[in-house]
Structure formats: C-alpha cells, structure tokens
Ligand binder design. Sequence first.
Ligand code: 5RP
Length: 274
Amino acid sequence: MTSSPPRQSGAAQPSAADRAKQAAAERACAFVQDGMRLGLGTGSTAAFMVRRLGQRVREEGLRVVGVPTSSRTAALARDEGIRVVTLDQAGWLDLTIDGADEFDADLTLIKGGGGAHLQEKVVAAASERMIVISDPAKRVARLGAFPLPVEALHFGLASSERHIARVLDHLGYGERPVTRRMAGERPFISDEGNAILDLHLGAITDAAALADALNQIPGVVENGLFIEMADLVIVGHGDGEGGRCELIEAHPGLAEAMARPRPRQEDPFAAIGE
Ligand code: 5RP
C-alpha cells in the first residue's frame, strides 16, 4: 500500500519580516508585569504584541488594562480578552509598546504609517516607558526615506499645506512633495476625523527643528516624529531559527531596570473600577 503525501496545511508560511515582527513583539511582552497599565500601539507589529498579550492574559491570568491607540487596536484587544480602558480612566501608564516606520541611532522615530500617530504620541507621552518593536528594515542611518506623516485639520487644509511648504523651504528642504494620504479612492480619515499629509523629505537633517516648526502651524494637529520618547527598541530577526532579538537602549541599564519584578498588588485597578 502506498502512503498518501503529507497534507498541506494550506496556511502560507510567515515571511521573514513577519517572523521578525513577531519575535520583537513576544520579547516586548516579556517586560509586561502583573498589574500594569499599558499603551497598546497600532500596526502589524503591534498586532502581534496584542495577540501575545491576550495569550498571557488567558493562560497566565495576567492582570493588565490596555489603552489602545486606534479603533483597530481597541477591537483586536477586546477580541483577545484584554480589558480596554480610556487613557483618562487609566491615568498614567506604566508602559507603551508600539511599532515604528523608521528609527535611528538616537531612537528618534517616524510613526504614523498607519495614520494613528496622534493617539500613539498622546499615549506614549503619558507612559513611564516606551518599548518600540521592529523588524530590521526600520533601522536607518538617517530618518526621512519613509514619508513623514502630519495630521492636520480639514478646516483650511490647503492653507496648512502652504504653511508646510514654507516651513520646509525655510528649513532648507526646498520644494518637496506633500501628498494627501488616501484609503483606496477616498482620502484617509484618522480616528480623530482629521486628514493625513505625507511629507516626502528623503532625509531629515534636524528632527527637533522640523517637529517644532510643523507643530507651530495652527492647522497641524501632530507630526509623526517621536523624539526622546523611546526607551528601548527591540529588533526582531526572522532569519535562522527565528526568535533572535537585539535590544537597543536609550541609556545603558534601562532594559535591566524595566525587567525588575514589581511587587504584586492586591487589586491593581481598584481606582479604575469596573
Ligand atoms: C501606525 C504606526 C505603526 O507603528 C507603524 O506604521 C509601523 O507599522 P507596522 O508595524 O505595520 O510596520 O505608527 O500609525
């Protein structure tokens, strides 16, 4: 009798980039401790993190609350059984874990490829610590190959675009394309109901000067540069056996300090209520 060929699972093999994202997300979740108030990032890497966190909640009885940075992440977190609260309910957060579109040697980030950088920045700014999870492709010598997202009000959008062009000229970028983010045929609308403009800069020379100048424009709500916000970047690698991660700290010793066990609290979320 001949044996039948092995059955194909039908599921596509994950790409090296996805294995890298998953490795980084899982390593980051090892920093999550019982009783933490967490900021939950947005994007495909952050989705791996939310799923792993959900697994820890279900399997280990980990008690956490999560503040999602987008409606997409909120839906996924709820599906995973993570208790979702608003930032105002949570107050100050222990840790935010989020992805990035680019990061450099100073751990300055470009975010907003998913159009969620406004909530992501508000949540990260309200967190004691921020871990960025990444695949190797996001690490750059100079920021700016990825178009810089800028969230802007619909009101006076054309005049905001003119101000942006002037700012870029003044800062020495010259004439650079600024495009309106689309979702298929229609303009993309952020969770806050705003437009996203993508600034195609090629290379960013002084991130702080650019971020400050953009945020001075009245119709600009927030730009996608995250400066001095990331404490730790975890770069996953999808090669070989998988699961290999590099930890890049903003200051030496941060990862060790973040991994130090916290005392268990009886009722960590009593102040939030049910
Ligand atoms: C969303 C973001 C994401 O973190 C960023 O776009 C990275 O996404 P991905 O993990 O899918 O590559 O800033 O606004």
